[in-house]
Design a protein around this ligand. Structure first.
Ligand code: FAD
Length: 410
């Protein structure tokens, strides 16, 4: 039986494992974290995400977990509204929609849908990959080794598989000049309610503080600021000290958030980067998701691309006769890239001003941003925005070239 190794149990890795299992593969997923990684903010169920989940028979479960939201609002330090964008804006196709769920919930739904043909090895990763005549010999951190017919690097923007096979991260990383910390805040009786609104407070000096609805009794908090470099990932003390220095004079609820961040289980801090790789596969090793094409959270398309990429890769392998015959696997990986690359290239082209509008430099920039948010929703601008949204959605929702096997529920 053909056996694949997927490195990384994120959205891309687990979706691929699920689809390949349904096609008859045996799949091992090596995830470096000790358990399934939770955390993250909301992800969007429109476009590609909806379509791939529908085909996988998981859409209804995802719809059952939607976070009730009323819209996005930009506020000053006294929580006065500078601009609002309700979920109804642009016929429900605007910045925040009714169809969003927490990344944690989506990851769990996909993970729990994998069956006995998928073995997860948590706390595990690869330290070397060696090509052989008939497959790839993976050397695991735990000291074991095993040969696979296919190895997939779905291990995120800081991918180890990419480093092992294609070279150091710096060659492929394009920093966007911002970093972002995020975590879940547990509400207390005195916590101001969000009432369904995703609130953003911008402060001069390219700083943004956000709070958005999460699970009942929780808020998802984000802190964005300008930098390309961060303290080492394991040095949490230095990370908090940096945030506290950077946001010391920012008003609104920032002091409360900085204090809560120190105790949050799911606290994370990373730079907003893109990953630009000239090719995604060599032989029987392929990159998938953020490891291959991270467009950054600013694109709003990370999850959609991860889901679509997994469906396209499963479809390409199926079309090449795998898992019964894996001799054409390298050609399938090339075909997958040809199909998928135009989407990822387009997703990496962020809208002009996207980075600057996330965290404007000056008080004037913040006011201009709020005016722009209001102007976008004016009667005069609406037809133009509708057309732009329709064009981009059209580009995002073409069907896979061949259909991977779907669950009986579809
Ligand atoms: C905890 C978390 C929270 C996130 N929150 C947001 C968010 O709020 N907004 C947003 O836009 N995007 C967020 N993202 C990124 C978003 O999930 C991805 O852009 C998108 O879903 C593509 O997913 P991916 O599977 O390619 O990568 P990822 O979601 O990054 O998943 C990669 C997986 O690989 C694992 N991994 C990493 N290195 C190794 C290794 N060496 N060996 C084995 N496993 C490894 C990671 O632990 C992770 O489980 C988050 C990602 C994570 C992991």
């Amino acid at each position: 039986m053909a056996h694949a190794l997927v490195v990384g149990a994120g959205i891309a890795g687990d979706t691929l494992a699920l689809l390949m299992e349904r096609d008859g593969w045996t799949v091992t997923v090596a995830e470096i974290a000790p358990t399934l990684r939770t955390g993250g903010q909301t992800v969007d169920l429109r476009g590609d995400s909806r379509e791939v989940l529908q085909r996988a028979g998981l859409l209804q479960q995802a719809l059952n977990r939607l976070v009730p939201q009323r819209g996005a609002a930009w506020i000053d330090a006294h929580e006065r509204r500078l601009a609002e964008m309700p979920v109804e804006a642009f016929d429900g196709r605007g910045y925040v929609s009714r169809e969003e769920l927490l990344r944690t919930d989506l990851a769990r739904i996909i993970h729990e849908a994998t069956g006995p043909g998928v073995t997860h090895r948590f706390g595990e990763t690869v330290k070397a990959l060696q090509d052989t005549e008939t497959g790839v010999l993976a050397h695991f951190r735990s000291g074991t080794q095993k040969k696979f017919d296919l190895v997939v690097g779905a291990d995120g923007a800081h991918s180890t598989v990419r480093t092992l096979r294609f070279g150091p991260e710096e060659t492929y990383r394009k920093p966007l000049g911002l970093a972002h910390a995020w975590f879940t805040l547990t509400e207390r009786p005195e916590t101001p309610p969000l009432d369904g609104w995703f609130l953003t407070h911008n402060a001069p000096g390219r700083r943004a503080v956000e709070a958005r609805p999460g699970h009942p009794g929780h808020q998802e908090v984000g802190l964005t600021f300008a930098t390309d470099t961060l303290p080492p990932r394991h040095d949490r003390q230095a990370q908090h000290a940096l945030l506290e220095r950077t946001f010391a004079d920012v008003g609104w609820r920032t002091a409360e958030f900085l204090a809560a961040a120190r105790h949050a289980d799911d606290f994370a801090l990373d730079t907003f980067d893109q990953i630009h790789t000239p090719r995604w596969s060599t032989g029987r090793i392929v990159l998938l998701g953020d490891s291959a094409w991270c467009a950054s959270p600013l694109s709003g398309l990370g999850t959609a691309l991860a889901l679509r990429g997994a469906a396209e890769l499963a479809a390409a392998l199926h079309a090449a006769g795998a898992p019964d015959d894996t001799s054409r696997t390298p050609a399938a990986l090339t075909a997958f890239e040809q199909t998928m690359r135009p989407r990822t290239t387009s997703a990496q082209q962020l809208l002009p001003g996207r980075v600057a509008s996330m965290a404007p430099k000056s008080a004037l920039g913040i006011r201009i941003n709020a005016l722009a948010m209001r102007a976008l929703q004016s009667k005069a601008a609406r037809p133009l925005i509708r057309k732009a949204l329709a064009d981009s959605e059209h580009g995002r929702t073409t069907t896979p070239t061949a259909e991977p096997r779907t669950s009986p529920a579809t």
